[in-house]
Design a protein around this ligand. Structure first.
Ligand SMILES: [Zn+2]
Length: 252
């Protein structure tokens, strides 16, 4: 069953490139309605509201660095104070990082000065393992290579897309999860470091056929993105929308 989803970027910068927006994207249905926000750094909620005029109803979290989850605190306050009757949005979190997310955002019992509200009361936490269902699609979840062991995750939809989150090259992952023509949205800046991919890593780790399916994000600057394009790669920036192939996976 064709789905013809699309992916809209709300930001594509690395943690220091605030002006590019924190790396985040929204999986949209064919009519452009938001299905699933991917990550929620501090710049993301304003960008989301400006695009859709409503708070997100579903979010997937790749890892707990603050440029990917720092905006959840703002979202909590809006849900707790401005929209207390709104249904809690679904927060899909790889089960191995639930405790880290709790420590980072939810441990304080006085998120409100007067107390009385727990962070998790305003979210529907959905711990996810290797796969999860959302909006009739079954998404694959996989560990990537970013700082500590199994603390960062990517996800994808077979035949449709893969989104790596922050990572070094992960050829063994993409051999498995990007084997069917998927568009691969991949962390990449100009210069590599121990946590992120650099442009020279791509040819060293990935075959040409896969490199042609990459869309690069999480880079240092607009100038860096221009160099990535001059090297033959596609890049994403805030506002860009990518049409996706129909998923090969079963859709409800
Ligand atoms: Zn990170």
């Amino acid at each position: 069953m064709p789905n013809n989803l699309q992916l809209r970027f709300l930001g594509a910068g690395n943690a220091a490139a605030h002006e590019l927006g924190n790396a985040a994207a929204v999986l949209e249905d064919p009519a452009g309605r938001p299905l699933l926000l991917i990550d929620c750094g501090p710049t993301v909620l304003p960008a989301y509201l400006s695009r859709y005029g409503a708070l997100p109803q579903a979010i997937f979290i790749t890892h707990t660095h603050l440029d990917h989850v720092g905006g959840l605190e703002n979202l909590f306050y809006r849900l707790a104070c401005e929209f207390p009757d709104l249904s809690p949005p679904r927060l899909y979190v790889p089960v191995e990082i639930v405790a880290r997310l709790h420590q980072r955002l939810a441990e304080d019992p006085y998120k409100l000065a007067e107390g009385g509200v727990n962070f998790w009361e305003r979210f529907q936490l959905m711990p996810v393992g290797e796969r999860f269902w959302h909006a009739g699609h079954c998404f694959d979840v996989f560990a990537v290579n970013h700082h500590a062991y199994r603390t960062a995750f990517g996800f994808g939809l077979k035949g449709c897309f893969v989104y790596t989150g922050d990572t070094r090259p992960v050829p063994e992952v993409l051999t498995t999860f990007a084997a069917d023509g998927e568009t691969v949205f991949h962390d990449c800046g100009l210069v590599a470091n121990p946590s992120h991919t650099g442009v020279d890593d791509l040819a060293a780790h990935y075959p040409r056929e896969l490199r042609e399916r990459l869309v690069l994000y999480h880079y240092e600057s607009k100038a860096a993105a221009a160099v990535l394009r001059s090297r033959g790669y596609r890049t994403a920036q805030a506002g860009d929308v990518f049409a996706l192939a129909a998923s090969a996976a079963r859709a409800a």
